[in-house]
Design a binder for this molecule. Structure first.
Ligand SMILES: Cc1cc2nc3c(=O)[nH]c(=O)nc-3n(C[C@H](O)[C@H](O)[C@H](O)COP(=O)(O)OP(=O)(O)OC[C@H]3O[C@@H](n4cnc5c(N)ncnc54)[C@H](O)[C@@H]3O)c2cc1C
Length: 394
């Protein structure tokens, strides 16, 4: 084994979990965890949920206290951006020109919020939510605002809308598609979320595309839609998806296509470099061999565990995992096991209006289970999907 450490670029869910797993599973070599954010690594999911409801302390979002890294011999380098990779010399180059050699390099660079490229997008009061400092800013703004417009009816947009409505603000959600989350939820579950938001007073407008941000003196005053209509707002939250941070990989000649391309072992085209989490695109299902890229904690953590095991044991098994995800809105917990895209049959098992599961199948094969406040159904579906993947039948 090389003397040089495993260098992990990015200390989000994927990077942090990899560092942790390397240590807990017995890696004896060096571990360097690099973050371009100038703070201790933290979790993102609470930022659009508990944290915005003002009940949570900033410290609660940290993965571990500062002392953990020294105790675990994880060299944490924060506020340092990796700007280049010298593949021949096996080193990364930092923004200040210094270098760090690696035995193995893992790109865990995540994704960033997609920009809304319309007039007024850079006005004061137009915000997105990816990093903790943005959540701090949004929480402060919510505490003095009266109205919020959320552009994009995806998970993050809807969670922010729910938090803002709970805080008593007037909330409008503008979704360009004719229904919520057309690519990631069954129409039954999408309609349930729509009704949940509307019952709570959120003005959800479907098929409503944004034309421009209205401003006055550099400050946002509302959103202009294509109808045309003006939605007055003190804050505009842009939640129109994420873009993978794959430029670093591309800059050193590694193949990228909406993500860093990896093989079934999560290795890039260079066997000394892996990629995991939101930034990685895996081979597999999907039209025209496009493969897939997921943005979830489960995906980041499972891929991190897999790479830790591969580095420690030299395993050549292919990576596999059952995708799962959760969201919380207005006190209801939606858990999703599997991926519902392409379903041709839905079956709903309903205990109550706020406790039910939707099973999505194709050709009689279960693809996904979407559960509201039904953790037992979710866990059983995960087991069934795992059994189908491994062919263990049980
Ligand atoms: C507000 C919010 C709520 C969410 N809620 C949920 C949820 O409820 N459930 C769920 O499953 N998922 C949720 N997600 C998604 C989940 O947080 C992500 O899938 C997960 O964080 C991905 O982890 P990652 O490590 O791949 O990327 P990230 O967490 O994005 O971490 C990547 C890190 O790398 C850093 N970086 C990038 N380039 C460089 C560089 N060149 N040099 C140094 N550092 C670099 C970035 O700044 C960042 O800190 C949510 C995401 C957000 C933003």
């Amino acid at each position: 084994m090389s003397e040089s450490p495993v260098v992990i670029v990015g200390a989000g869910h994927a990077g942090f979990t990899l560092a942790l797993m390397l240590r807990t599973r017995g890696w004896e070599g060096g571990v360097v965890l690099v973050s371009d954010e100038d703070e201790l690594p933290y979790q993102r999911p609470p930022l659009s949920k508990e944290y915005l409801h003002a009940g949570q302390d900033e410290e609660d979002t940290r993965f571990r206290p500062a002392s953990f890294y020294g105790e675990q011999r994880i060299e944490l380098v924060v506020g340092a951006r990796v700007v280049g990779i010298d593949r021949a010399g096996r080193s990364v180059v930092f923004a200040d020109g210094t270098r760090r050699s690696f035995g193995h390099l893992v790109l865990a660079t995540g994704a960033r919020a997609r920009e809304l490229r319309v007039q007024g997008h850079d006005a004061d009061g137009v915000v997105s939510l990816r990093a903790r400092h943005e959540a701090v800013d949004l929480r402060a703004r919510l505490s003095v605002a009266r109205s919020v417009a959320v552009v994009g009816g995806g998970f993050i947009g809807l969670e922010v809308a729910a938090a803002a409505a709970d805080l008593g603000l007037r909330v409008t959600v503008l979704e360009a598609q004719p229904r919520l989350m057309a690519r990631s939820l069954s129409h039954v579950m999408a309609e349930h979320l729509l009704a949940l938001h509307r019952r709570a007073g959120v003005d959800v407008r479907l098929s409503s595309a944004v034309d421009a941000i209205a401003t006055e003196g550099g400050r946002v005053t509302g959103v202009l839609t294509r109808e045309p209509d003006v939605v007055p707002a003190d804050i505009v939250v842009v939640g129109v998806g994420a873009v993978p941070n794959d430029e670093l990989a591309a800059s050193c000649g590694l193949p990228v296509r909406d993500g860093v391309l990896v093989d079934a072992q999560l290795l890039t085209a260079d066997p000394a470099i892996s990629a995991i989490g939101d930034c990685a695109r895996l081979p597999g299902p999907g039209p025209d061999g496009a493969g897939y890229r997921l943005e979830s904690v489960q995906n980041a953590a499972d891929q991190a565990r897999f790479v830790a095991d591969r580095l420690i044991n030299g395993s050549t098994e292919p990576y596999w995992a059952v995708p799962w995800f959760w969201t919380e809105q207005f006190g209801q917990k939606l858990q999703i096991a599997g991926l519902s895209a392409g379903y041709d049959e839905l079956r709903t098992e309903r205990a109550r209006d706020d406790k039910f599961s939707v099973y999505c199948s194709r050709g009689g094969t279960l693809l996904a289970c979407e559960s509201i406040n039904a953790p037992g159904d979710h866990l059983r579906a995960r087991k069934a999907l795992a059994a189908a993947l491994t062919g263990s039948g049980g």
